[in-house]
Design a protein around this ligand. Structure first.
Ligand code: FNR
Length: 424
């Protein structure tokens, strides 16, 4: 009713309600490169299309005369009652959408009490976002680094910053074939974007210093050893990528140019960013670092879901990274029922990729998802109107789910099930 009341009193929304108009508005709000990064997928973007097509193949089967005057959208998730079945999936390099980046998203998530998964590739350190969120729910998404010291540091920082869970993303041990980014010769983090979790990390700074000392020889390194500040590291990435240091004039850059650290910083990042050798065995280490629940994001196959349960995970996220990693792969909605069946209610199963509104969320819940992750739509909201944009996009998802439930004759999320859809 908030949405309609605002409309009736002539208050214009901060962002378009229609998802296609929202995407067009985001395209206008940011640079062509930034939009390519936000909107793009892998290869010919067949997986992105498959994610959407899988929703289009399902149909909600409404029931009538069931008194839906009050509706309850709440769910139980990771030991807490949540107001709605939505979470905000992690989105890295959010500064490409808006300068307030992750902090703006955190404020919007907190206002609506929707859990926000802080990205490992964030533009703001997790501690800053946590401060903006107060006591509201956040989880931390980890890209498993080749440095266990760094993994441990991230996980311990996340726990200290009040994150309630660690979400390990398993579909990005190599970066996908991102055609739009390749055509734009664009790799954001080599421009110093999306590296705030690293530049704010003492272990990372230590790794950089060690490398600089090794490559410069102990004497040279100690002679020119400035403090490794976030500005210095960010500048180093910018320089490494662009070579256009004459255009960058701040003090951090000048300092970086004189020191042996820039190269070391870039090399360290590229070394530690991910670990393609990762296997199930490594996951056990998480238990030494934290007692928080561990969710695995990017699990698509029922056999992997079973294996994850054997490893004591606290939840799964059925995701194909919004079609940004493998082109021509399975749609998440098609993978969901097999995973749900194998998990058999033992842990929550969250779905993301391709969700573009509340009706999509309804379908995912009907196929057994415990909760649903919003991705690009909130990034577009961020691009168009900062925190207000994110809040409206998420609120619109909630409002549409509420209406869809009521119109389809459902009073609560627990009533949504296989019978709510017409069998395909
Ligand atoms: C992502 N995604 C992502 N996932 C993750 O685990 N860590 C990350 O840093 C990012 N970064 C990121 C940036 C951008 C611009 C996008 C679009 C996506 C994937 C994200 O969490 C989620 O799985 C997808 O966005 C879901 O697909 P849709 O809803 O965008 O189609």
């Amino acid at each position: 009713s908030e949405v309609y009341r605002a409309g009736l009193s002539g208050i214009r929304p901060a962002v378009p309600v229609d998802v296609h108009a929202l995407e067009r508005a985001a395209r206008k709000a940011v640079s062509a490169e930034a939009f390519a990064y936000l909107a793009g997928g892998a290869g010919a973007e067949a997986t992105m299309a498959a994610n959407r097509a899988a929703f289009a193949r399902r149909q909600i089967w409404p029931r009538v005369l069931r008194d839906v005057s009050t509706r309850d959208l709440s769910i139980e998730l990771l030991g807490r009652r949540r107001a709605t079945p939505f979470i905000l999936s992690p989105i890295g390099v959010a500064e490409l959408a808006h300068p307030e980046a992750d902090v703006a998203v955190g404020r919007a998530a907190a206002a609506l009490d929707v859990p926000y998964v802080l990205s490992n590739q964030a533009s703001r350190p997790m501690e800053e976002v946590a401060a903006a969120m107060g006591s509201r729910s956040r989880w931390f998404q980890l890209y498993w680094s080749a440095s266990d010291e760094l993994n441990e540091s991230f996980v311990r920082r996340a726990e200290a910053a009040g994150c309630e869970a660690i979400v390990v993303t398993l579909d990005t041990h190599l970066l996908g074939w991102r055609t739009r980014d390749l055509d734009a010769a664009f790799l954001p983090f080599t421009r110093g974007q999306g590296i705030a979790q690293y530049t704010s990390d003492p272990v990372f700074a230590g790794l950089v210093r060690e490398r600089a000392a090794r490559s410069a020889g102990a004497g040279a390194a100690s002679a020119a050893r400035p403090k490794v500040t976030p500005t210095l590291l960010a500048s180093a990435f910018a320089i490494a990528r662009s070579g256009a240091h004459t255009r960058l004039v701040d003090g951090g850059v000048r300092e970086a140019l004189r020191s042996p650290l820039p190269r070391a910083a870039v090399e360290t990042f590229l070394d530690v960013f991910s670990d393609p050798a990762l296997t199930w065995k490594s996951l056990a280490k998480l238990r030494e670092w934290t007692s928080l629940p561990v969710l695995l994001k990017g699990v698509m196959h029922p056999d992997d879901a079973a294996r994850a349960l054997d490893h004591g995970v606290g939840g799964l996220v059925v995701s194909n990274h919004g079609g940004r990693q493998i082109d021509g792969s399975v749609a998440t909605l098609d993978a969901l029922p097999g995973v749900v069946e194998r998990v058999a209610g033992r842990v929550p199963v969250i779905l993301d990729s391709g969700v573009r509104g509340g009706a999509d969320a309804f379908i995912a819940l009907a196929l057994g998802a415990t909760a649903v992750g919003i991705g690009r739509p909130y990034a577009y909201g961020l691009a168009v109107a900062g925190a207000d944009g994110v809040r409206e996009v998420v609120r619109n998802h909630i409002a549409e789910l509420d209406l869809t439930m009521g119109l389809a004759g459902h009073r609560s999320v627990s009533e949504i099930g296989p019978d709510s859809l017409r069998a395909a």
